[in-house]
Design a protein. Structure first.
Lengths: 256, 262
């Protein structure tokens, strides 16, 4: 693996109990690149992310990670049992647990000042001393994002980072993700349903519906005739879904 | 004099069992594993039956049986398409019934069955205490080394795995330790009541604790009080010791319900 290649996935296929979910996916994630994964519900986006993170072993294919890859992960949803007495702050601190051990040579970034600073930026400082189970859906999303970011990861993997977040905070959060990415020169892989908000900063877009329907830079897709036909210049959100729909019909035909 | 000696052994055994159960108990509660603990406890009886039949060391027989049950559960989960609690119920009571049948086949052992089911603290032998001490050292090593990883695993196993926790290994080790603790602690409260030794102190401690560590600490304290009260009742009112300990723990739990949750 060369220095900028963080994750290399080759020929990934996956089935859940004979139900094919992913077919023949090839994917590379490089340092300093933002990749956005789009696709309809049930397209296999979360499954693909779990395979890339080695949470799931694919029925076929291989996933290789860069040596000592530090990952910050934000799952799509998480349930915490109310019997566990835990404040939001402690939840964040627990996310730093293995960080010091792994990056013993570069401390400093990981102390609770980093935690408080991040909480400040995400506007969750006032929540830090509250029980984690009491947070609202959107507040929890922000805490999860903070947990992924304070690890100072080489790769940030976000499964629908703005779901349940109010419109005003949404663009703020995308901005924050982008600025953090710039500052840390890390890679970002995120799933998103609202491409028009993320488009600006995305280096690579991947449309997924069991297989990769199309992928490339925003620019290359923009020049793509079918893309222009579908999206026009402004990329309205509803047009995006239209695109996936028609595009992936031929995909399904491939699969059968 | 003889009674004092027995009482001292019983006290040491009871306290050690409660202390062994406390750290596992909080995780059993946090991870909603109460029914899993129950299944392991019930399969311990099958372990005893098989151990007696094949003339094996009983603790070893219990641990091996528990493990076969865990693996059985694992493959059933994948293939049987039944909810987890249904499977656990089948395995728990299947193991209990099979254990009783196997025990009955041994002939003259009828009287001891009650001891296995509800505990017989007066049957404690100094070698049991040594077993408990050894397992206690194992637990101290395990929990002090992996405490934060275990908390992360409890919060969300996928997140923990991405953050570098060896989830599968820790879960397996925890199940093994649970089987070991059940194997030694069942002498005190028996297979039918052992789950309560795991979950009652932890559930009561939840009322008092603001952090996971506090919850563990209060679990130790409440478990200790339960054993002391239970054994005192048992000694002076001539009650069966296992149930007396559990009733004391239940009393503490009910008492703490009146306290506002922190
Ligand atoms: N553990 C599982 N067992 C069986 N089927 C599963 C499992 N996880 C996911 N699936 C199925 O795989 C398909 C893809 O699921 P996945 O969660 O990857 O979709 P997604 O693209 O993330 O959708 P969404 O946009 O709704 O989050 C779905 O049809 C789902 O039902
Ligand atoms: Mg998903």
């Amino acid at each position: 693996m060369n220095e900028t290649l963080l994750i290399n996935a080759e020929n990934i296929s996956h089935q859940f109990a004979n139900k094919p979910v992913l077919q023949d996916i090839n994917l590379q994630l490089h340092r300093n690149q933002i990749t956005t994964l789009i696709g309809p519900n049930g397209a296999g986006k979360s499954t693909l992310i779990k395979i890339l993170l080695k949470i799931l072993t694919p029925t076929q294919g291989r996933v290789a990670h860069h040596h000592n890859l530090m990952i910050g992960f934000m799952p799509q949803k998480i349930h915490i049992d109310p019997t566990l007495p835990l404040t939001a702050k402690r939840f964040l601190q627990l996310g730093l647990n293995n960080v010091q051990k792994r990056n013993a040579q570069k401390p400093g970034n990981y102390h609770s000042t980093g935690l408080e600073g991040m909480a400040e930026e995400l506007g969750i400082r006032a929540l830090l001393n509250q029980p984690i189970q009491g947070l609202s859906g959107g507040e929890m999303q922000k805490v999860l994002l903070a947990r992924a970011l304070i690890r100072n990861p080489d790769l940030l993997v976000l499964d629908e980072p703005v779901q349940g977040i109010d419109l005003q905070s949404q663009s703020q959060i995308y901005q924050l993700i982008h600025s953090q990415q710039q500052k840390r020169q890390c890679a970002v892989l995120m799933i998103s349903h609202d491409l028009h908000l993320v488009m600006k900063h995305t280096d690579q877009v991947i449309c997924l519906n069991q297989h990769i329907c199309c992928s490339g830079t925003v620019q290359s897709l923009r020049d793509h005739p079918s893309f222009i036909a579908q999206f026009g210049q402004t990329l309205p959100e509803h047009a995006l879904y239209q695109h996936q729909h028609t595009h992936c019909q031929h995909g399904d035909a491939h699969g059968d | 004099m003889a009674i004092d000696h027995f009482m001292l052994l019983a006290l040491a055994g009871g306290l050690l069992a409660a202390w062994l159960a406390a750290p596992l108990g909080v995780f059993v509660v946090w991870q909603r594993q109460a029914y899993f603990g129950e299944t392991l406890a019930h399969s311990a009886l099958l372990g005893i039956g098989l151990g007696l039949m094949l003339q094996l060391n009983l603790t070893l027989a219990i641990v091996i049986t528990s493990f076969l049950i865990v693996f059985g559960l694992h493959s059933l989960r994948r293939n049987a398409q039944l909810a987890s609690d249904t499977l656990l119920g089948i395995l728990a009571h299947g193991a209990l019934a099979t254990g009783l049948v196997v025990l009955s086949l041994q002939g003259n052992i009828q009287l001891d069955i009650l001891g296995y089911l509800f505990g017989d603290i007066l049957s404690i032998h100094p070698s049991d205490l040594i077993w408990m001490l050894v397992i206690g050292l194992l637990l101290i090593g395990f929990f002090s080394r992996h405490w934060h990883d275990l908390l992360n695993l409890t919060l969300n196993s996928e997140l923990a795995q991405v953050e570098g926790v060896d989830v599968k290994r820790l879960q397996l080790q925890m199940a093994l330790l649970l089987a070991l603790v059940i194997a030694v602690a069942m002498k005190i409260v028996g297979v039918l009541l052992i789950t309560s030794l795991l979950i009652l102190p932890a559930a009561s401690a939840r009322r008092l604790a603001r952090t996971p560590e506090q919850m563990l600490g209060y679990s130790f304290i409440l478990a200790t009080i339960s054993v002391l009260i239970g054994l005192t009742l048992s000694y002076y009112a001539d009650l069966p010791s296992g149930p007396a300990i559990v009733v004391s723990a239940l009393g503490l739990f009910l008492l703490l319900l009146f306290k506002k949750q922190t």
